[in-house]
Design a protein around this ligand. Structure first.
Ligand SMILES: [Zn+2]
Ligand SMILES: [Zn+2]
Length: 138
């Protein structure tokens, strides 16, 4: 049986990709880099083993850069949409911005991470665990 898949892409449509479910995690990230990179209070990420992500088009538009000692971010050079993040802390996975997907994944967000650096202007009213630092929920 074919695994269920979800497609996604950048705002301008230059980059399109497909990921095979199931995902490995889904978290809201409150780190200062995500905030600045996306211009948002926090950013929701999911992730899959790298072999479950397939680039359908736009390899030439995808720019990658080192955003920290352990992270590399990928974005569209035409429209600026951030799409991916790879971390040497979990080298087998690729993180994908949940908002870049066309449809839902099989899980709900599980936790807030890097909550020690969250901003106060983004009130939260959920009961999810609030984790300091970047450890993913298991
Ligand atoms: Zn684009
Ligand atoms: Zn982050």
């Amino acid at each position: 049986m074919q695994a269920p898949t979800v497609e996604g892409g950048c705002l301008c449509g230059a980059i399109r990709f497909e990921l095979a479910l199931p995902t490995s995690f889904c978290v809201h990230c409150h780190c200062s880099m995500c905030r600045r990179n996306h211009g948002a209070g926090f950013v929701t990420w999911t992730g899959v083993p790298k072999q479950q992500l397939k680039l359908l088009k736009g390899a030439k538009s995808l720019v990658e850069y080192r955003s920290s000692e352990h992270g590399t971010r990928g974005f569209c050079k035409r429209c600026g949409s951030t799409l991916f993040c790879e971390s040497t802390r979990h080298p087998e996975l690729i993180d994908i911005v949940l908002a870049s997907l066309d449809g839902p994944i099989e899980r709900e967000p599980q936790a807030h991470i890097y909550f020690d650096t969250h901003v106060d202007w983004m009130p939260l009213d959920d009961k999810l665990p609030r984790i300091n630092g970047g450890d993913l929920p298991s």
